[in-house]
Design a protein around this ligand. Structure first.
Ligand SMILES: NC(=O)C1=CN([C@@H]2O[C@H](COP(=O)(O)OP(=O)(O)OC[C@H]3O[C@@H](n4cnc5c(N)ncnc54)[C@H](OP(=O)(O)O)[C@@H]3O)[C@@H](O)[C@H]2O)C=CC1
Ligand SMILES: CC(=O)N[C@@H](CCC(=O)OP(=O)(O)O)C(=O)O
Length: 316
């Protein structure tokens, strides 16, 4: 069966990338909206209801509007916005987060694609909290850098206008109320929101995120090998996942520690650095904010929902 897919917001940063990733697929029919009708409610409603899967790549309010326009029982939704990431009745689209998450997404009619920043945090902390190596109430800090495409069309335009004169490293969200905190807390297993300090660099895409850990503050001090084993074991048990764990032995320094290292792929690669004598560790995630951070994850979720083999059909 050829599945009909409509990308609402196909002209935006995430929508365009998903379209490119799906363009060569023979098992899909891409329903497209004429450019002058992109924001026309009736034209959008027709395509949303004609689609087997609608992928929403819109600001939150427009995504909610799209969901309200769906009257067909057979239209399934993947929403890339922040609107439904902790909402009742929606399944969180981070397939590798738990052993049964891929199956939940596969059976779901409403999937919320994860935010780019939360994926690194959840991948690094959830296995450690589940293994009892980090307490759930730990006051965690999380930082990182993302390419400016993470801010969508308007941030891309600002950075491209400024060129080499743009800020090379711009910390933001310094009121500590970033919109990703609810999903970070809900799916990491943490009982309180982390102190999150993101930044934007003067390059297009790719991100590197980090969690520094003062292990001596923990009730029981884990070794670097224990932290690494818990993370590696979690992802080794996930079938058809795109999360990789770098070997502990390789982590003194690594050429992979470049936010752009996995650009154009759906890979999210994790690293554990530790000094047991000092009881200190840093956990790092590297991935493409437009790949696994957005459109790669959306295509992975689409494949799961359609029962398509991700390994052969996910345009890496
Ligand atoms: N960029 C990233 O790295 C990531 C983005 N996301 C999320 O994906 C969603 C899209 O983001 P992104 O692609 O970056 O944003 P962009 O600003 O690049 O694209 C958004 C698109 O939606 C269109 N649009 C806005 N309002 C409406 C409307 N009422 N009806 C139809 N179309 C509309 C815009 O058109 P126009 O420009 O003409 O207004 C634009 O083409 C957002 O919710 C974002 O939070 C998620 C993960 C990562
Ligand atoms: C660099 C940058 O600005 N990044 C965006 C997040 C991009 C993302 O994950 O998208 P959602 O908006 O769908 O959550 C931010 O921090 O708001």
């Amino acid at each position: 069966m050829v599945a009909r897919v409509f990308i609402d917001g196909e002209a935006g940063t995430t929508g365009l990338q998903i379209r490119e990733r799906l363009a060569a697929r023979r098992d899909l029919e891409l329903l497209s909206i004429p450019d002058h009708l992109r924001k026309d409610l009736s034209a959008r409603a027709d395509l949303l209801n004609a689609a087997d899967v609608a992928i929403l790549c819109l600001p939150d309010d427009a995504a909610k509007e799209s969901v309200s326009l769906i009257t067909s029982d057979t239209t399934r939704v993947i929403d890339a916005s922040t609107a439904y990431r902790v909402a009742e009745g929606w399944d969180y689209g981070f397939a590798e987060m738990a052993k049964d998450q891929g199956a939940k997404i596969a059976a779901s009619k409403r999937v919320s694609n994860p935010g780019c920043w939360p994926q690194g945090l959840i991948a690094l902390t959830r296995p450690l909290i589940e293994a009892g190596l980090l307490p759930a109430d730990l006051p965690l800090t999380y930082n990182g850098i993302s390419g400016y495409s993470g801010g969508g069309k308007s941030m891309i335009a600002d950075y491209e206008a400024a060129g080499a004169g743009a800020n090379t490293f711009a910390p933001y969200a310094l009121t500590f109320n970033h919109k990703h905190l609810p999903e970070m807390t809900a799916y990491s297993g943490l009982t309180k929101a982390p102190l999150f300090t993101p930044s934007v660099g003067n390059y297009y895409k790719g991100m590197l995120t980090a969690i520094p850990l003062q292990l001596s503050a923990l009730p029981k001090v884990p070794t670097g090998a224990e932290l690494h084993a818990a993370i590696a074991d979690h992802f080794a048990a996930i079938k058809d996942g795109f999360v990789e764990v770098a070997p502990l032995a390789d982590t003194g320094s690594s050429k992979d520690l470049n936010p752009e290292a996995h650009n154009g792929t759906n890979t999210l690669r994790l690293h554990v650095f530790a000094n047991d004598a000092r009881a200190q560790a840093v956990l790092i995630a590297v991935y493409d904010n437009l790949g696994k951070g957005a459109s790669g994850a959306a295509v992975q979720n689409l494949n799961l929902m359609l029962g398509v083999d991700a390994a052969t059909s996910l345009a890496a």
